[in-house]
Design a protein around this ligand. Structure first.
Ligand code: C5P
Length: 308
């Protein structure tokens, strides 16, 4: 194909992030319940002589343009596997907060894979795409799959979950990002400091909450709010104490649940309905405790090719 190809990929929020002990390989076993939400990045792959990345959007300046970019690494991985030259211009239109705990980099990787596969005609199977995604990062397979899913292992082993309705969310985007490895390290440090220990021998195996899975299945926002949990939240708050004020502002405005999204620093607020989300968003914007406020809902589908 010589025409540019565009993929659209959603952000995620973790409605449950149960973190097990530190494994010998430096990762943590997780029970990670992902929900894809309607903030999207778009990745366009166009023919080019060499691999090149450009980015547009409010946070574009924070995205690396070299081969450390996850989208570039995705293109290289696919090209290498299929023995094709990685000649492609990847243009990313970024709407997902950068380093925000919403899988923005993972979304770009999944989008680049889908778009390059179509551009180059490599015809990768779904299983192969998922395998490449898992090698690129723990959250990348979910960006491809979307909807709602339980991630086990380091988050890459996915089981799709049934959902019985749409959940309404408000996201408070902070100034500046948080490094995911730094947040996991802080989680380990806090566990060590509490005397409980941080290794797999010290921490109970992470398990999904039956109440949370039932709430997703029935589409019950109030029940979901009672069950959301993020084991990385104390670590994110320890590294960024100001997030406590953001969480409080959303709770005071009537959010059913207030939590840090993944490794943060974006904060997520579950609302009763679309109207409730508007009210929470208005109060958060007025609170001065965050940079930007976004309203959206989920679940939404995972990465897919679109006509532009
Ligand atoms: O897999 P990904 O590249 O997204 O992970 C980034 C970092 O986050 C890892 O290097 C590790 O420090 C931490 N991490 C972890 N346990 C996981 C997933 C990520 O410790 N399950």
């Amino acid at each position: 194909m010589t025409r540019p190809v565009t993929a659209r990929v959603p952000a995620k929020v973790n409605v449950q992030l149960a973190v097990g002990g530190l494994r010998p390989d430096g990762f943590h076993d997780l029970a990670n319940v992902f929900l894809a939400v309607g903030l999207h990045d778009e990745v366009t792959a166009a023919p080019a002589d060499t691999l090149r990345v450009t980015v547009e959007g409010a946070d574009a300046g924070q995205v690396p343009l070299d081969h450390t970019n996850l989208a570039a690494r995705a293109a290289l991985a696919l090209a290498e596997r299929h023995g094709v030259a990685p000649g492609v211009h990847l243009h990313i239109v970024k709407d997902i907060p950068v380093a925000g705990g919403m899988a923005g980099g993972s979304a770009d990787a999944a989008g680049a894979l889908l778009a390059c596969d179509a551009l180059w005609g490599t015809g990768a199977t779904r299983a192969e795409l998922l395998e490449i995604c898992a090698a690129l990062g723990s959250d990348v397979p979910f960006s491809l799959v979307g909807g709602a899913a339980l991630g086990r292992g380091r988050g890459e082993l996915l089981t799709p979950l049934e959902t019985g309705g749409t959940f309404h969310w408000v996201f408070a985007v902070a100034d500046g990002g948080l490094s995911t490895p730094a947040v996991y390290r802080e989680c380990d440090r806090l566990r060590e400091a509490s005397g409980a220990g941080a290794s797999v021998a010290d921490v109970p195996d992470p398990e999904p909450s039956p109440a949370l899975l039932a709430a997703l299945r029935t589409g019950d926002a109030t029940a979901l709010a009672a069950a959301v949990a993020n084991d990385l939240q104390p670590a994110a708050l320890s590294l960024r104490p100001a997030l406590a004020g953001t969480l409080r502002a959303g709770a005071d405005a009537g959010a059913l649940a207030s939590l840090v999204s993944g490794s943060g620093p974006t904060c997520a607020f579950l609302a009763k309905d679309a109207e409730g989300a508007q009210a929470v968003a208005g109060a958060l914007a007025a609170s001065g405790t965050c940079r930007t406020v976004r309203i959206t809902s989920g679940p939404v589908p995972g990465a897919r090719l679109v006509d532009v």
